[in-house]
Structures are given as C-alpha cells and as structure tokens.
Design a protein around this ligand. Sequence first.
Ligand SMILES: C[S@@+](CC[C@H](N)C(=O)[O-])C[C@H]1O[C@@H](n2cnc3c(N)ncnc32)[C@H](O)[C@@H]1O
Length: 378
Amino acid sequence: MAYELTNEQRDRYRATAIRSQLRKRELLRFHDEDAEVDDLHRFGERLDVSDLMPMLASNALTSLSLFSGGGGLDLGFERAGFGHAASFEILDICGETLRANRPQWEVSSGTEAGDVRAARFTPFRGVDVVHGGPPCQPFSVAGKQAGAEDPRNMWPDFVRCVLQTRPRAFVAENVPGILDRKFNEFVKANISAPLEKYYRIFKFRLAAHDFGVPQSRRRVFFVGFRLKRDAERWVQPEPTHGETATLFGTVLPYNFARQSIGLPDIGFDQLAPTLRSGFTGPRNTTGILNSKASLTVWNRLRVWPNGVQPTHSMARAYPPENGHFRLSVADCALLQGFSADWKFSGAVYQALGQIGNSVCPPVAYAVARQVARALGVA
Ligand SMILES: C[S@@+](CC[C@H](N)C(=O)[O-])C[C@H]1O[C@@H](n2cnc3c(N)ncnc32)[C@H](O)[C@@H]1O
C-alpha cells in the first residue's frame, strides 16, 4: 500500500533517518564480527527449514525455470527430486545467487541472455515441467493493477515457452490479485485460451503458513497437464500445518516468527506479516514492512522491520532505539522458508528483493511433489 505523506511527516521521517544513520555509524564503528555474543542476544534453537522439505531422491524428471529470481521455486523443485534443466532471469544479481548456490546449474541471466522475452526455448523441448512466476506487479494490489496493459505483463512469454517446449506439466505462480474478478478476461485471454487447447489447467491459492513457513503469505498457482491421465492423478497439496493439530496428528501446529528465529519467549508469538516484495517500493530500501497495518504485528512481536543488516552480528551491534529485535538477511530468509545454506548475493536491499519476490520454497516443494505424483513418479 502506498504511503501518503505530508511535508511535515516527510521532514520528520528524514530527520529520524539521519539520526538513525549517525547512531548506526557510531555503534558499528568498532564492530567486531567475531565478538562474544551476550546472553541477551544469544539465539535459542531456530527452525530448520530444510525439515519442511526433506530432500527427495531424484525422480528422473527435469524442470525448466523462467523468471527464476533468487530461486524459491527452483529450490523447492530441486528438493522434491527434479533435475534442473536451466534458469532464465533478467537480473544479474539473481543469476549470481543461483550460480553461487548451484555452480552446476545452467543459469542464463542479465538483460541479454536472461530475458525471457528474447529467449529461444526450442532447445528445451522434452523437458518435463516448465515453471515460473511471471512478474506480478501488473496484478499486485500494491500496484495499479493494469494487467495486460502493463509492459511488465510477461504471461505471453511464459505461454510461448510452454507451447514451444510442450512439457508434460507447467506450474505458474502469481499474486492473489490475478484472481480478482476484474482480471477474469485477462486470465481467459492470456492464460486459459492459449493453453487450454493442450493442457488441463487447475487454479488454486496456497498459504505459506499452511506449509510450515512462519509468515502470512498467499500465492496463486496455475498447474497444467498435457496428458489426461496425468491431470486425473492431480491432487492439490494438503496443508501440513494448521491452527490446531488434528486428531490423528497429521497436521503440525503453525510455526510462529519469534520461535522460528530462536528468540526468547515474551508471552506472544504470531506469524510474521507478509514480507515486502523487495524490488518494489523506495529504492534500495532495507525494510521488509509491507503495509502500515503490519507494523502493529511487528511491534507486538517486538521485531523491527526496518534497517535489516547483512549479518546477525551487525544486527546485534546496532539494536533499534525501541529495544526490539533487529533482523538480519538470514532471519528474513528463514521467515520466507529458505534453508540456512541458501545464500543471497548482493547488498542487503538486493537480497531482500530476491527473498520478498520468491515463492516460499516449502510451498514450491509441496506443489512440485504433487506434480511429480501426477506425472506418475514419487
Ligand atoms: C516474482 S519474481 C520470481 C520469483 C521466483 N519464482 C522465486 O521463487 O524466487 C519475478 C522475476 O522475474 C524477473 N523478470 C522480470 N522480467 C523478466 C524478463 N523479461 N526475463 C526474465 N526475468 C524477468 C524479475 O527480475 C524477478 O526476479
């Protein structure tokens, strides 16, 4: 949601920002990355996100990734047993993340090699699954919802890739806004009409916290199958986590933010509010605040959603003035469901951009597993 600021508010925020910068410089002047951790800042046990998506043996299927970002969908598919065919992503920094984590992957990134609009997909004919999240700003409630008129509408390129490679299945992810009634015609014209001739398509919403991610975050998925037999085997992923554990113990309780990060018990815990989709909003911002309303939840959690630091140690050395917990990039990655070994390249704002734009890997994993089942493996 866009902030409407008066000049007076703007001046006040500017003054606060300058004061905070000076304080940060002072506090971090003698910062020692290896200093002893005091008890107040010692972490308890943290959520091990890889437990939410146990690595499965290879299922001998391959997946091609478009609009790969920092790799949320790619990681979920990998952990569900898929072989990685290639990734296409226009931002170099995302390409760096993917290559640094998986040097063996074929990654095309940058405005030339990585631009899906210019890519040739015929060499990937025979791939089993195409997946991707075409940029969602055209449909996001945070944007103007211009849909097909928006130059960032890249659904036609996703569709072209599917038609050129003819995978057995595709998975496309987007923001919930795309299912608003006002986009019915858009979805029909840009997704259903060109693909329905060849694919049976399922549309559904998933909530990340239903899959153990300690964050409130909803996404829409379109899953399509070329063969009738595969479509008939398709079953939408069932939540693995819930409000209350079920009688037979198949659903685990939600993971909440403080406990997942390993912070001390303060008598209150909750899902983290949706992390801001970081490549939008003020340039180079190191905050994850998505809306004014979510500030109330962050405050109750006593977690500060601004000025995220590159490391735990720097976050600890520079506590916010209100005494709340300051987040590091690793904490934000955990709140999004990335396993601790997945590292993001770039400055803090670039890492947050990749995190906030991603499909939470445990959600990607749940979808990928069900796709593999529908394709007759796993
Ligand atoms: C919603 S994010 C995808 C996130 C990703 N699926 C994940 O799970 O981490 C959309 C991505 O599309 C990329 N993108 C935008 N235009 C592109 C283009 N023309 N070609 C390739 N990638 C593009 C953006 O840089 C952004 O990283």
